[in-house]
Write a protein that binds this ligand. Structure first.
Ligand SMILES: Nc1ncnc2c1ncn2[C@@H]1O[C@H](COP(=O)(O)OP(=O)(O)OP(=O)(O)O)[C@@H](O)[C@H]1O
Ligand SMILES: O=C(O)c1ccc[n+]([C@@H]2O[C@H](COP(=O)([O-])O)[C@@H](O)[C@H]2O)c1
Length: 224
């Protein structure tokens, strides 16, 4: 039986970070009673390279997490060469914290559903627990992945180093970075975007973001 607070790692592309990411991380921190490290990847293994640079994604995460002391922004993956395989990250953090302390990898339900495609995922249960957040429209997980991590409550995750999964039921938010990039390029607001992050995006000229017009675009058009 182990007693120290779990270390939770929330990996993502965060291009850009949005309100569902922050709400998910805060929910995990509250459930586990420990910090959640937000870990932007350098080279996503299973998708195209992000639009924003590593430094820009890191800066946006720092802005979004500024008011949440339980969230820590961690640039470890950004400093590693090559594809950001989660296995390498888990091995690094497991070695860093030792064999006893619980280590938790945080994912949305859509990532959980594709985990059987991740690089050597079969090694994960010996290294970490999973915390899974609901996400609208996510498919069911592969049975082999579900079976590899025994479903358990937060207290059980705090009591052993690895091998369990915590299925959170909230928050369940629709936001996605894709929808935010699309809205910004069309000159629209998006409710999932933090105001400070939005200012940063405009200043940096990211995502072809068009500054919001002073007048409502529809009423302007009706006078044309
Ligand atoms: N709305 C959401 N609800 C729950 N989990 C989410 C949500 N959005 C992202 N996640 C999870 O956060 C992690 C990082 O996601 P990512 O940075 O790719 O955001 P995204 O919104 O899915 O981005 P994109 O639209 O560019 O694919 C993944 O584990 C993903 O499943
Ligand atoms: O290791 C892998 O094979 C692997 C495959 C897909 C995704 N990941 C990681 O999972 C996290 C979420 O990925 P994404 O693409 O939804 O941002 C992020 O940290 C990725 O580096 C890792």
């Amino acid at each position: 039986m182990t007693s120290s607070a779990p270390l939770a790692l929330y990996g993502g592309t965060f291009d850009p970070v949005h309100a569902a990411h922050v709400a998910a991380a805060r929910a995990v921190a509250a459930a586990l009673g420990g910090p959640v490290h937000l870990l932007p990847n350098a080279v996503p293994p299973h998708r195209p390279q992000p639009y924003a640079s590593p430094a820009q994604r890191l800066a946006m995460l720092q802005l979004a997490a500024a008011d949440a002391p339980e969230l820590k922004v961690d640039d470890w993956e950004l400093r590693q060469p090559g594809p950001s395989y989660t296995l390498a990250t888990l091995e690094h953090f497991r070695q860093h914290i030792g064999p006893e302390r619980p280590l938790v990898w945080v994912v949305g339900a859509d990532s959980f559903a594709s985990l059987h495609h991740w690089h050597r995922w079969q090694h994960y249960p010996a290294l970490c627990h999973l915390a899974v957040l609901p996400r609208p429209g996510a498919a069911a997980a592969d049975p082999a992945v579900a079976a590899a991590f025994t479903s358990a409550d937060a207290a059980a995750l705090r009591g052993q180093p690895a091998g369990l999964r915590l299925m959170l039921t909230a928050p369940c938010l629709e936001h996605s970075s894709t929808a935010i990039r699309t809205a910004l390029a069309a000159g629209q607001r998006h409710p999932g975007l933090d105001a400070g992050v939005a200012d940063f995006i405009y200043r940096e000229g990211l995502y072809n973001a068009r500054h919001l017009p002073t007048l409502d675009r529809n009423s302007q058009d009706s006078h044309d």
